[in-house]
Design a protein around this ligand. Structure first.
Ligand SMILES: C[S@@+](CC[C@H](N)C(=O)[O-])C[C@H]1O[C@@H](n2cnc3c(N)ncnc32)[C@H](O)[C@@H]1O
Length: 215
C-alpha cells in the first residue's frame, strides 16, 4: 500500500512530463480557459476527481465539452495525466488545487456550464459533517461561477450525505432540483461508474444522484 500522497514513479513521471501540456498552473487572476484548451466550448468541472477515471471517460464520451478536473491529491493527478496521454484525450485540463480557492480566485462569474461532484469525501462522523464540501457558502460560490441554465450534478453513496446535500441545496436561492419531487434522479447517462461507486455498492450502499439547474 502506498501512503497517502506518495507517488509511484509512473505518476511522478506523468507529473514531470505531461503536466506542461494538460496542467493549469497556480496563478493569480481570472483564467482564460479557451486559451488553455485552444478552442472555445462549454466548460464542465469535475470536482475532486480522485484517480480521474470519471473525468477521462466523460471527456472521451463528450468530445465537444471542455472538461476541467480539479483534485488536490497528487497521485490521482498523476493517474489522470497518464490516462489522458494514453487515450490521446485533448478536451481535459487539470488543476491541482483546493477547489474552494480555485473557484474564488480563477473563475469568472457565469463562465461554467456544468459542475459534476461525484462521491465527495463523506465525512460520516457527525462531528466531521462540517468538513463536507457541500455547504451553503460553497454552493453560493458554485452559483456565482455557473451560467444560467447550467447543470450541477451530485452523487454520493452515503444516505446521510445525500440528505445533507438535499437540505443544503434546498436552502440555495440559485438552483432548482430537477427530480420533480425535490429529491433524487436516476443516474444520468453521462456519469460513469466510478471506483468509489463500486466500493459503495460492495458495502451495500444505495447510490443517489441529484441534479440541479442554475436559475
Ligand atoms: C472520495 S473521492 C471521489 C473521487 C471521484 N470523484 C470518484 O467518484 O471516484 C473525493 C476526492 O475529492 C478530493 N477533494 C477533497 N476536497 C477537495 C478540495 N477542497 N479540492 C479539490 N479536491 C478535493 C479528494 O482528494 C478525493 O480524491
Amino acid at each position: 500500500m502506498l501512503r497517502k500522497g506518495r507517488l509511484t514513479s509512473a505518476q511522478q513521471h506523468a507529473l514531470d512530463e505531461l503536466w506542461p501540456h494538460y496542467g493549469i498552473d497556480k496563478g493569480d487572476g481570472v483564467l482564460d480557459f479557451a486559451g488553455h484548451f485552444g478552442r472555445t466550448a462549454e466548460l464542465v468541472l469535475d470536482i475532486g476527481f480522485g484517480n480521474g477515471e470519471s473525468t477521462w471517460q466523460m471527456a472521451q464520451a463528450e468530445p465537444d465539452i471542455n472538461f476541467v478536473g480539479i483534485e488536490v491529491h497528487p497521485p490521482g493527478v498523476g493517474q489522470l495525466l497518464m490516462a489522458l496521454d494514453k487515450y490521446a484525450i485533448e478536451n481535459v485540463r487539470v488543476v491541482r488545487d483546493d477547489v474552494v480557492d480555485f473557484l474564488r480566485q480563477r473563475v469568472a462569474p457565469g463562465s461554467i456550464k456544468g459542475v459534476r461532484i461525484y462521491f465527495p469525501d463523506p465525512w460520516p462522523k457527525k462531528r466531521h459533517h462540517k468538513r463536507r464540501i457541500i455547504q451553503p457558502d460553497f454552493v453560493a460560490e458554485l452559483a456565482r461561477c455557473m451560467a444560467s441554465g447550467g447543470l450541477l450534478h451530485l452523487a454520493t453513496d452515503w444516505q446521510n450525505y445525500a440528505e445533507h446535500m438535499l437540505e443544503v441545496m434546498a436552502g440555495s436561492p440559485d438552483f432548482v432540483n430537477l427530480s420533480g419531487n425535490a429529491d433524487y434522479v436516476e443516474r444520468p447517462r453521462w456519469r460513469p461508474h466510478t471506483k468509489y461507486e463500486k466500493r459503495g455498492e460492495r458495502l451495500g450502499h444505495v447510490v443517489r444522484d441529484m441534479l440541479y439547474r442554475r436559475k
